[in-house]
Design a protein around this ligand. Sequence first.
Ligand code: HEC
Ligand code: HEC
Length: 245
Amino acid sequence: MGNRIKVQLRTGAAFGVLFAVLGTGALLSAGVLAQTAPATPPPAQKPPPQGAMPNLNPATLPPGNAADGEALSATCAGCHGAAGLSSKPEFPRLAGQQPSYLSVQLLLYRAGIRKNEIMNKVAARLSDQNVSDLAAYFGGQAAGAAWSGQNPALAKEGAKLFALGSPERGVIACQVCHGTQGRGVNELGVALIRHQSSEYSTDVMHEFQKLGTTGSPQSTAMYLEMKPLSDHELEALSAYLAVMP
Ligand code: HEC
Ligand code: HEC
């Protein structure tokens, strides 16, 4: 524990210094450019490659190093909580999440395909190695405990849908893919969903429903799954995920 805190502090300080240096560099070069601008206009920026497909296959990433991921995770803790155990309902928990799912989501945010202003910025700074290291670290943490304050009657309704689905509408039981405890499957890119906050789960399920895909080939499964469900059913499912045994 003492060690962990030390590592995080050191990394935080290192990042601070790095940003300070980069910031100063940018100011200096802006100053230099301003002075020399009349003679030579600044060279045009190299445009981003056109039509290049971002690599979204986690199997092509380098192997992850959990210790390096832990050091980097200090930059995530302000929102996602220490060790990825967010206690704020608007920030998803990362602890115990499947590494393949974590990697794909970070690659999607980095490529700007899964859209979220904060995470697009965060992921833009990550290398492939960083993505693997973070996925290895968070994936190796124990998943969080149940949330309190859920409506038990609503959660009970969600439990039924989770276990049985709604065959007459083509809604497959959630547990068929996510497992009876909602832990997901790493090899298949199926996310851990147990004890995620009901606020985040409701948001992300609406996103699948509305967008059709959040970018990964796997997310289409969730679109088809969510399409027939009502807002009330999504709330019932989220209430259950937050407290499920
Ligand atoms: C300033 C707050 C903030 C910081 C810092 C931050 N995140 Fe996030 N993160 C969010 C929010 C908000 C979401 C939900 C976005 C959405 O709905 O797409 C999110 C979503 C995610 C997701 C998707 C989770 C899921 O279950 O689908 C991953 C993975 C993630 N963040 C990883 C990280 C990592 C790794 C870091 C540190 C390198 C980090 N985040 C730093 C706010 C933050
Ligand atoms: C056919 C398989 C399948 C079924 C059935 C299924 N899921 Fe999923 N689910 C997935 C996959 C795969 C993902 C990861 C999608 C991605 O890559 O974005 C996922 C992602 C999710 C997420 C997002 C997790 C996160 O951290 O953002 C939630 C929430 C979720 N599922 C809830 C449910 C619920 C509730 C049900 C039942 C009504 C259900 N799923 C049924 C395959 C399935």
